[in-house]
Design a protein around this ligand. Structure first.
Ligand SMILES: [Zn+2]
Ligand SMILES: [Zn+2]
Length: 272
């Protein structure tokens, strides 16, 4: 099947939380000596073709924000109403990895199919979770929701690189967690890659400085090359937590006032 036959999806990033933090928290080593601020944004991503919607990651809720001292801006699931998407419209959820900021709120999507790497489920339920170092960014209730989903026949296990639908593909990257996957989406401007936590900020990937939460540094570094190879250009790679995403991409028309500046269209070219 050639490119012409693939759907050209709309892809949106929606910010739902934020965190003020210093630069040194965002790089494994070699951060500059100045204690500059480098805030973090939290996103979910929606892929749409007409009435069909795929949600990429599910964010966290207000309770989790309080427990983790994050600034909660809005429920990421209910806020999709601003794009004309209700929770009932979401039949498929692609979970990039099971960290608390990516895999909460599954209780709000009780019938959606969950697409996740088998390796991530093994990681989140296996011996590495005996170590506080590796389990710190997981919330057990999110992992339990996925395990319940397995028993309810609503989990699709991805093994490596997998096609979810024509023009929507996931690729196993690992690194940040053992089973992190990135999402490649065909749009009107070509193949866009939602890198999620393969690169939290543009700078992690561009300066080749890993984010400090990392299971396997070698896989993370190799993941940057893989992400670039999957995208049509470096301008087609969207990092997982960078506030610059909201500055680079245009706002879709028709947003309610409360979402102005909080949702951007990734299927449009960035301004820089
Ligand atoms: Zn993560
Ligand atoms: Zn994250």
């Amino acid at each position: 099947m050639g490119h012409d036959a693939l759907p050209a999806y709309e892809v949106y990033a929606l910010r739902y939380a934020a965190h003020d933090r210093p630069r040194r928290d965002n790089f494994i080593a070699g951060s500059d000596p100045h204690d500059a601020a480098m805030p973090m944004d939290y996103f979910v991503w929606a892929i749409r073709d007409g009435s069909a919607v795929w949600l990429v990651d599910t964010g966290f809720n207000a309770d989790m924000a309080q427990r983790r001292a994050r600034t909660f801006l809005r429920c990421p699931i209910r806020s999709l109403a601003g794009l004309g998407v209700s929770a009932a419209d979401i039949r498929d959820v692609i979970v990039t990895h099971l960290h608390y900021d990516h895999a909460g709120n599954l209780d709000l999507l009780p019938t959606a199919r969950i697409h996740i790497q088998e390796r991530e489920v093994h990681y989140a339920t296996g011996c590495q979770m005996c170590r506080p170092l590796f389990r710190a960014a997981f919330a057990v209730e999110d992992v339990v929701e996925v395990v319940k989903g397995v028993y309810a026949d609503r989990v699709s296990f991805c093994q490596g690189d997998t096609r979810i639908a024509p023009g929507i593909e996931v690729s196993l990257v690992g690194g940040h967690t053992n089973g992190l996957q990135v999402v490649r989406v065909h749009t009107q401007r070509g193949w866009v890659v939602l890198a999620s936590d393969a690169s939290h900020y543009y700078e992690n990937m561009d300066a080749q400085m890993p984010y400090p939460i990392v299971f396997h540094v070698g896989d993370m570094v190799a993941g940057w090359d893989k992400v670039r190879a999957l995208a049509d250009s470096p301008q087609h790679v969207v990092p997982g937590h960078d506030p610059d995403v909201l500055r680079r991409y245009p706002t879709p028309p028709g947003l309610p006032a409360g979402l102005q500046g909080e949702v951007v269209s990734l299927h449009e070219p960035p301004s820089r």
